[in-house]
Ligand binder design. Structure first.
Ligand SMILES: [Zn+2]
Length: 330
């Protein structure tokens, strides 16, 4: 069996020639034909069809065909089309042989692919475990962050993330007073927008509870562990293994997403970024609670009363812009 010779799937004419000694000058007729040996699917059409029809050799270059054996033991190549539609014409036995051989070949290739991938089963199980640990770490950090913040701020963050509205802006009021040419006093009020900066690190972690990472990882691990650890799997086991292995791409996606979300959360929790959270709602009481929250998240004690902290921010803004008034979270 050619499998033992290391070529599971014949992909080039060179591979084909290394497995079978093809008689290139022979032609194949129905009378000389004995039986098919093996199908092949080449990458390029480089096999020449040796079937003889209408008195001459077909010679069509093809990708998909069969190695067949003649009564004199020589081996020749026939394209798939000539095999099924000419040599196999009106001969169910011949057509059946070709079709069975193709089915067996496909099955062998599939089995080989799965069994090769199964060598990675242990490392895949280790990866699902590692991803679960990563998930729990991210989950606990995300929950700690969200729980610390007032609900109004959590809602504002979620909304901003969904709208991709990362800019944290505020407005200040300038009132100009004067007299016009006729001496009549006038007052001009103008609001001017200004930015505190852009939020960093908002992401899926804000809704981590709604993601199915944990379930998916557990499910995958169970599936991988359910595949028997033996050299030759039966058909049912093979299908089990194939279903489990088909989820490797899912594992890769989860690993990438967990890593990405952990980085985002880390960015979010940087002190300068946390400061922005004080400015996403206008309610002074909530802003004061946010001050407490961010100091708690930074692991530091706030030396100032939170209400005063907020008032000082606003006062500093007013003074800096000589403003008559300000609007936060505008
Ligand atoms: Zn042909």
């Amino acid at each position: 069996m050619s499998l033992s010779r290391g070529i599971v799937e014949i992909r080039t004419l060179d591979e084909l020639s290394s497995l079978y000694e093809i008689a290139p000058d022979c032609t194949l007729t129905k009378e000389q034909y004995r039986n098919p040996l093996r199908p092949y699917r080449l990458i390029r059409p480089e096999a020449s069809c040796q079937y003889q029809k209408n008195g001459k050799r077909c010679s069509q270059l093809h990708q998909h065909g069969f190695v067949v054996e003649l009564h004199d033991d020589s081996k020749v190549l026939i394209g798939n089309c000539c095999a099924l539609n000419h040599l196999g014409l009106d001969d169910e036995q011949v057509r059946g042989d070709f079709k069975r051989l193709s089915a067996t070949e496909r099955q062998n290739i599939r089995r080989h692919k799965i069994e090769t991938m199964l060598n990675q089963r242990d490392s895949l199980i280790v990866r699902t475990r590692a991803a679960s640990i990563e998930y729990r770490k991210l989950h606990s950090s995300a929950m700690q962050t969200l729980k610390a913040l007032p609900i109004e701020v959590r809602r504002a963050l979620l909304d901003r993330w969904k709208r991709n509205a990362l800019e944290v802006s505020w407005e200040y009021l300038i009132i100009k007073k004067g007299k016009d040419e006729t001496g009549k006093p006038y007052e001009e009020r103008g609001w001017y927008a200004h930015s505190f900066g852009q939020f960093k690190g908002l992401g899926l972690w804000l809704q981590l509870d709604q993601q199915l990472y944990q379930e998916t990882l557990l499910n995958l691990r169970r599936q991988l562990e359910a595949v028997p650890n033996k050299a030759r799997l039966n058909q049912v086991e093979l299908e089990l293994a194939e279903a489990a292995l088909s989820q490797v791409a899912t594992l890769e996606t989860i690993e990438r997403e967990l890593h990405g979300q952990s980085e985002l959360l880390e960015d979010f929790r940087k002190p300068a970024n946390l400061q922005l959270a004080i400015q996403v709602v206008s309610n002074q009481k909530v802003r004061a609670e946010t001050v407490k929250a961010i100091y708690q998240l930074m692991g530091e004690a706030c030396s100032m009363n939170p209400e005063k902290y907020v008032a000082e921010i606003d006062l500093a803004l007013k003074q800096k812009y000589s403003a008559n008034g300000i609007r936060i979270a505008s």
